[in-house]
Design a protein around this ligand. Structure first.
Ligand code: ZN
Length: 111
């Protein structure tokens, strides 16, 4: 292998190394610019292990009716209200975007 071929090969090796470094740097910068999404704070009633506590069943619907829709913020309406395994399962419906959301309610007063 003569000296000229060696120089050309070294040039391309160096070029490949520089391009690879640039690609790694650009990817790292992009990763820094997009932080991981923060977990949304847990609102009582969104999960069955963290139900909203209300004193009596009579106030379940009045407490939940009109809650803002998670997607568009429009006040929601109570569509369904079921008693299930010691909890009330309430389906909220958004009249604007049609999103249905379930809320869990625990009745604190024992009869
Ligand atoms: Zn909505």
């Amino acid at each position: 292998m003569n000296a000229r071929v060696m120089i050309v090969v070294l040039f391309f090796v160096l070029l490949a190394w520089l391009v690879r470094g640039l690609v790694v740097e650009v990817a790292a910068r992009r990763e820094r610019k997009t932080p991981a999404p923060k977990p949304r704070p847990q609102v009582p009633g969104e999960t069955d292990d963290n139900p909203l506590a209300v004193p009596t069943a009579a106030v379940v619907e009045t407490r939940l009716d009109g809650q803002p829709c998670r997607r568009c913020g429009t006040p929601t309406r109570v569509r369904e209200h079921l008693a299930r395994q010691g909890l009330r399962e309430v389906t909220l419906h958004c009249p604007h975007c049609a999103l249905d959301a379930t809320r869990y309610v625990r009745i604190t007063t024992v009869h």
